[in-house]
Design a protein around this ligand. Structure first.
Ligand code: MLT
Length: 400
């Protein structure tokens, strides 16, 4: 008799964005003549940068010639040329990361979920509330105990550690999805000190680092003293370079990072993760890694930054609208997400339905990211300029 992993019955019935997709489909079927503007899931709309496309084509071409064809990549950790490029990128952020500490992945979502495999079931996992649903779901699937750190209006949706709370694995995301808040160096240092005092490991999701404009805000946890002793960083090119449909990211595990057996014996985390990946992952395709490496060239950086500028101009249009309407929000300044308080004391799903039915604008109900998202709502700046302006005009008309 095949026994199912019963932890799955503790999950919500659907992944948040699947629920939203279902609602949109039903609305479309009932209203085929209405033009929807999608500002829900954080999916990009700008095409890949020309330098990236060129490199991907060249990589594909090489795969078609006997002399340059490549089969399995030896290590499955990513080609040296890409790991070197990522290491160079870290230098520009002020972090010294050896290329050997970088592992190429197919995006942040996979590694944020899969990393759970290497941590024992006895861990207490601390997740900020609200949070990207992958952190909660993947730990529920593996039956780990989850506790929450409250991100709320009072702390600017940037939870700070409580020394009296015991935890072993900590998920942080900055710039935060969904709230757009960004930790300062001082705040991140508090988390690093807390993690070290607990012998805990921080899983730091930096998928939105490229949207940080303020030079004083940290773009990597490895710019914080002590982080090498307690952190893993997971990042992605999905939003940085429009790779949502191309798939490539990277994970940094410092060689000295340790976790423990129940008898207290220290174990090297990098080795265990590589052992896990060796059995379950054969790496990212060669043409995609070529494309990813092009992101870090001067040409690629200039082109992808222009796309980020475009999204941040969208974000400015959105925050100006919120200011005009007197709507409270976080994010939008160093982040592509605007996290706003639902007007007129509406609930998140109520506001979702209201915007969908009245002005055909789709956002994401804050409650979908955790209980603290109740009464809040997330909009993304990843749309086209035309749609962003149109959506904001519709919103002004509706709420004024
Ligand atoms: C989001 O909308 O929260 C993200 O785009 C989803 C993802 O990247 O997996």
């Amino acid at each position: 008799m095949a026994l199912i992993n019963e932890n799955f019955s503790n999950l919500k019935e659907n992944y948040l964005f699947i629920d939203i997709a279902k609602k949109i489909k039903a609305y479309r079927q009932a209203n085929p003549d209405k033009e929807l503007i999608r500002m829900g899931i954080g999916d990009v709309t700008r095409p890949l940068a020309p330098a990236v496309v060129e490199a991907m084509k060249k990589g594909a071409d090489e795969m078609g010639h006997r002399e340059t064809f490549r089969g399995y990549e030896d290590s499955g950790r990513g080609y040296g040329f890409l790991r070197n490029a990522v290491s160079g990128y870290y230098k520009t952020m002020g972090a010294d990361i050896d290329p050997d500490e970088i592992l190429i992945s197919d995006g942040a979502k996979s590694d944020c979920g899969n990393i759970v495999d290497i941590f024992g079931s006895g861990n207490t996992v601390l997740i900020t509330d609200p949070a990207y649903p992958v952190y909660v779901d993947s730990n529920v699937m593996s039956g780990k105990e989850i506790i929450y750190a409250s991100s709320n209006e009072g702390n600017g949706f940037a939870a700070i550690p409580d020394e009296n709370v015991k935890s072993d694995i900590i998920y942080l995301c900055s710039p935060n999805n969904p709230t757009g808040s960004v930790y300062t160096k001082e705040q991140l240092k508090k988390w690093v000190d807390y993690a070290i005092s607990q012998k805990a490991i921080i899983i730091f999701d930096s998928a939105y680092e490229a949207f940080i404009r303020d030079k004083d805000l940290p773009r990597s946890i490895f710019t914080i003293e002590g982080a090498r002793k307690c952190a893993i960083e997971i990042s992605s090119l999905s939003k940085t370079a429009g790779f949502t449909g191309t798939r490539c990211g990277y994970t940094v595990i410092p060689k000295e990072l340790e976790a423990y057996k129940s008898n207290g014996e220290a174990v090297n985390v990098f080795k265990i993760w590589c052992r896990r990946q060796g059995s379950k992952f054969n790496g990212v395709s060669y043409p995609v890694q070529c494309a990813a490496a092009a992101v870090f060239t001067p040409e690629g950086q200039a082109q992808t930054h222009a796309d980020i500028d475009y999204y941040m101009e969208n974000a400015a249009i959105m925050t100006e609208t919120c200011d005009e309407l007197g709507i409270k929000y976080t994010g939008g300044k160093n982040s592509p997400y605007i996290w706003l308080k639902c007007p007129n004391n509406m609930e998140s799903w109520e506001f979702f339905d209201y915007l969908l039915n009245e002005i055909q604008v789709v956002g994401t109900p804050g409650e979908g990211f955790g209980p603290n998202g109740k009464g809040w709502f997330r909009l993304t700046a990843f749309g086209t300029r035309e749609n962003t302006i149109e959506a904001m005009n519709r919103l002004k008309k509706l709420l004024k």
